[in-house]
Ligand binder design. Structure first.
Ligand SMILES: NC(=O)c1ccc[n+]([C@@H]2O[C@H](COP(=O)([O-])OP(=O)(O)OC[C@H]3O[C@@H](n4cnc5c(N)ncnc54)[C@H](O)[C@@H]3O)[C@@H](O)[C@H]2O)c1
Length: 313
């Protein structure tokens, strides 16, 4: 089928291209390369790439009119500067609106959106059920939730997947690549006192195969193993993988004001709806991505959180 993918040069988008292009699907990517990488979308049969922003209405309309997609995967997101509310809003809200309107006009059969767990804000309970109230408090979370709300009310067949930390090839954000790079360079690390959930990218892709089916359920779904792990657990797993003897204990710093102490998603409804079950446990998931870094290296490391004072380096 013809798949229009926003943000296709990013981590998730490029892994989806790697999966769907060899299956014979045609893919059109719209990406402004804000955090994505041109090297992720090299010239390939069946792949077209438009460099530009989803916040450019004419560009989006022309892309839909010429490509006539059947499926849209909305993976574009702005998050790299937490103080740039305008850019987050332009991409995550206005961009999602332009994509939804164009999808409606051109009879798109299904739209899949990726959502952050930050849409829930500071949860009342962990694991967080999909019915939990949404109380985002960051520019990224607020704008992503608004974008999702527009998509859900658009009348399109929409599946919005609220994602755990998807861990796999090209992951360049968060504690795993940061610890790997810093420890290998002999630099110091710190762990924030937080708990997160990690899902192997292969498990995510298996779910995506089910989600792109036009007859599959629609709605908002959590995607996770449901297993919470501390950032210190991640650090220990990286240290153990690299076989490093530490001279002193790694500092564990309190969770920052812009951070959430524990984010673990309850995906039980998703598992039932899509007859899906993650196959990889935490240790194996971490090892698999570290093996990938050994082969291919880590690219730029971004974070949507500010660093604690004293740990800016
Ligand atoms: N990877 C995860 O674990 C995770 C977790 C929660 C949510 N998500 C969501 O999944 C999606 C993909 O995330 P990712 O990890 O691949 O991030 P990413 O930064 O690698 O990919 C996002 C892509 O969007 C592009 N982009 C940004 N602004 C754009 C614009 N205005 N127009 C067109 N393209 C634009 C970037 O250049 C990048 O290629 C995002 O919507 C993100 O919010 C991802």
């Amino acid at each position: 089928m013809r798949i229009l993918m926003t943000g296709g040069a990013g981590t998730l988008g490029s892994n989806l291209i790697d999966r769907y292009l060899p299956q014979g699907h045609e893919i059109l990517v719209i990406d402004n390369f804000a955090t994505g990488n041109k090297g992720n979308v090299p010239p390939m049969d069946g792949l077209q790439v438009i460099e530009g922003s989803v916040a450019d209405k004419d560009l989006v309309d022309q892309a839909f009119a010429s490509f006539k997609p059947e499926l849209v995967i909305n993976s574009a997101a702005a998050y790299k500067d937490p103080s740039d509310w305008q850019e987050d809003t332009a991409t995550n809200v206005t961009g999602s609106i332009y994509v939804a309107k164009a999808a409606l006009e051109h009879g798109v059969k299904r739209l899949i959106n990726f959502q952050t767990a930050l849409a829930y804000g500071r949860p009342d309970v962990v694991p967080i059920p999909v019915t939990h109230p949404n109380r985002p408090f960051t520019s990224y979370g607020i704008s992503k939730l608004a974008g999702e709300n527009f998509l859900m009310m658009s009348g399109l067949d929409v599946v919005s997947l609220r994602l755990a930390n998807i861990t796999g090839p090209r992951l360049a954000i968060g504690p795993i690549p940061t610890f790997y790079q810093r420890l290998k360079a002999g630099k110091g690390c710190f762990c924030s006192e937080t708990v997160r959930d990690f899902l192997d990218l292969e498990d995510f892709l298996v779910l995506m195969d089910k989600v792109i089916d036009f007859d599959a359920p629609t709605g908002v779904f959590n995607v996770s193993t449901g297993e919470g792990k501390s950032i210190k657990d991640v650090f220990d797993a990286v240290v153990s993988y690299l076989g490093i003897e530490l001279a002193e204990e790694v500092p564990v710093v309190p969770c920052g004001d812009d951070d959430v102490p524990a984010v673990v998603l309850d995906a039980s409804e998703t598992m039932k709806a899509f007859d899906w079950q993650p196959q990889y446990g935490f240790e194996e998931t971490i090892q698999r991505v570290l093996q990938w870094y050994d082969r291919y290296g880590v690219t730029d490391v971004f974070s949507h959180l500010s660093k604690p004072i004293g740990h800016e380096d």
